[in-house]
Design a protein around this ligand. Structure first.
Ligand SMILES: [Zn+2]
Length: 78
């Protein structure tokens, strides 16, 4: 018991700098995540595929698109 005392000090304790780095890292990752194209539909988890109309990825299950449009929107809009 006594031998364990004082050892590994700082273990499990995150320093302020580490915390700062982690939050920075998370922010960067979040930014990258936001900019990256989603790979799956948020509604049903269906992997997105290239749309038949060439306007980017879409969900083959319900037609969801990352830009909020649906498959065919580009064809029917004025
Ligand atoms: Zn979907």
């Amino acid at each position: 018991m006594a031998g364990a005392r004082g050892r590994g000090r700082g273990r499990g304790v995150i320093s302020w700098y580490e915390l700062l780095n982690i939050s920075r890292d998370a922010a960067e990752r979040y930014r990258a995540y936001e900019q990256a194209d989603p790979i799956a539909c948020p509604n049903d988890g269906e992997p997105l595929r290239e749309g038949p109309d060439g306007q980017g990825l879409y969900c083959p299950f319900d037609g969801w698109r990352p830009n909020g449009r649906r498959v065919g929107d580009g064809l029917t809009s004025t």
